[in-house]
Design a protein around this ligand. Sequence first.
Ligand code: NAD
Length: 416
Amino acid sequence: MHPERHSLAREVQAFVERAADLLDISDQMRDLLRSPYRELQFELPLRGNNGHLREFRGFRVQHNQSRGPFKGGLRYHRDVNLDHFRALAETMTMKCALVDVPFGGAKGGINCDPSTLAANEREVLTKRFVERMGPLLGPGRDIPAPDMGTSSQEMAWILDAYTEDYGYQPAVVTGKPLQLGGSPGRASATGRGAMLLTAWVAEEHGIDLSQASIAIQGFGKVGRHAARLLAERGASIVAVSDSSGAVYNPAGLDVKKLFEAKENNRTRVADCGLDAEIIDGEELLYRDVDILIPAAIERVIHGDNCRRIRAKVIVEAANLPTTSDADLALEKAGTTVVPDILANAGGVVVSYLEYVQNHQRYRWEESRIHDELERKLAAAWQDVRGRATSDDVSYRTAAYEIACQRVAEAIELRGF
Ligand code: NAD
């Protein structure tokens, strides 16, 4: 079956099931671990600048809050639906538990293409989203952050709309601009985390990072910082892509030029004037590289194409880039996968540090953020490595085992 026809939520459930099978967890607890606490879906009408009325839909799935308030990004994308957000919210619950930050899991967004909306239209939609969520948002309830199609600007609008009704509480949202209580280092945190995990897994597998070739799918907030930081560590980034296509140069791309062009002008990677071959976006996945970093959308590695992947190591900077059947096939083939709930957890770790700073009403130095981020991720990486060895399972199953156990313990302790 083509991967698009599968439910995305079923993919996450397969990962949870695999881990739960190895744990002493009752059937009732499995159901509690998987079922969302609350699902919201609402209309978001918008009178566009051209005078036409358009109707969008807003979504928020609040999956689990046993370890702390719901936490998760807001995605603005044409093709999102409730199933997407169910899967992504459950992933957030597991991610927060794995890296041991005191949050639960949520995810939401709007089914719009932000590139077709003017800034004032995005502002109205975002603020209407906050109105519809009402008291279900809040520093002790549910804390959004950026994801695909949203940025610190949307977070600033959320803060403004929330403040209007509930008073100034900057911890209602993370990934804010620095001027409004954002944290130093948050914009690059997910990419930095992916870089750290790439460096650690490379070392574990005897790959010298300064000699390694890397392909990165997606050059947005995550992919572009991962590329920049890996290049700074001497790795050769040989291919990158965005939704318009990919560029490839086996001798290495000029990442600095690419980063600056994307950051300043939002140019397509193919138009950045690089010394590189322009290739089809999907072809990037199959290039002969040491490490592949999917940093765009979900289900790009599936049962029909996973055998074409030549990289021996995959670091999942995107959420859910690998389907559960492809995951098993890759494991059998001896490909190492660093799972999303570890590889891209840098974002939520620094979101947590932003939340702490907001409560303290005090801004930390960027160096402190980098240190705390590295400390948290290194602890999670050691936990996952240890569990993978002791239980003779993949990093993904080990990560889910640890996360499921922590969430189940919290549910049990709180009672019913
Ligand atoms: P973004 O919107 O900033 O960038 C997405 C990038 O992916 C863009 O370059 C876009 O052109 C590209 N893209 C989209 N479809 C593509 C395709 N079919 N092929 C190749 N490239 C494609 O989003 P982001 O914040 O960088 O998020 C990327 C991924 O990382 C998502 O899966 C997101 O859930 C995950 N993630 C993001 C964060 C964060 O802090 N932003 C944290 C954890 C996980």
